[in-house]
Write a protein that binds this ligand. Sequence first.
Ligand code: IPE
Ligand code: IPE
Ligand code: MG
Length: 240
Amino acid sequence: MGNSKSIATPEHVAIIMDGNGRWAQARGKPRLFGHHAGARRVREIVEACPDLGVKYLTIFAFSTENWKRTQTEVSGLMKLFKRYLMSETKELVEAGVRVRFIGDRIKLDENLVALMDELELLTCDNDTVHLTIALNYGGRDEVARATKRLSREVAAGRIDPETVDAETLARFLDTYVLPDPDLVIRTSGEARISNFLLWQSAYSEYVFIDTLWPDFSRDEFARVLSSFSTRERRYGAVPG
Ligand code: IPE
Ligand code: IPE
Ligand code: MG
């Protein structure tokens, strides 16, 4: 029995929403104009998920490295996140979307964190689509924070270090309740991970497309998903 399988639809799709700045620059506008256009796309893609058979959608909104940008851009993005969460709450609750956030909240503004907590709570019984927003998220940072929490358990004598394996560590990651992504899509033509879901994407398929995030449509999303269905995932085994 081989362990390889092809799956018609990926259950969990993760997206690196890249290219907002270039999209704005191409129109002679400030970068934040592109971020606003990008935020509007998110709704269309989330709404498309039930029809397209995607149960889990994880989107990269702000990385642990994005603090290196100008103060104007960073504070504009933080304001946008707050506005977005406030304006989308009703829609998300009613559409049956369960919202979760991954990433380190410690560096985020308390008003933003309050909105994140509220949205998680308001949608905690929803099950139509599981939307996870990565905000101040970095894969290395996540593994480091998980290791810190695991180390505390070891130090307290609650975990025997000899029993620690990959599954033990995975239980301490921000994503512990989520399946691993089947497919990771990156827009804007860059072919790199940029610290997104390093651990979880060990066996994910990757699709890199040239479209800038504010131009990424539901139709293109559907096309990317159907190209995934022809791939064969082997998980290190020999097909057979
Ligand atoms: C992605 O778009 C959004 C964030 C990183 C917040 P960019 O802002 O990285 O856009 P480009 O890559 O500069 O075009
Ligand atoms: C990755 O995009 C982060 C997000 C999409 C939020 P970046 O634009 O920050 O990545 P690099 O700098 O091109 O690697
Ligand atoms: Mg970018």
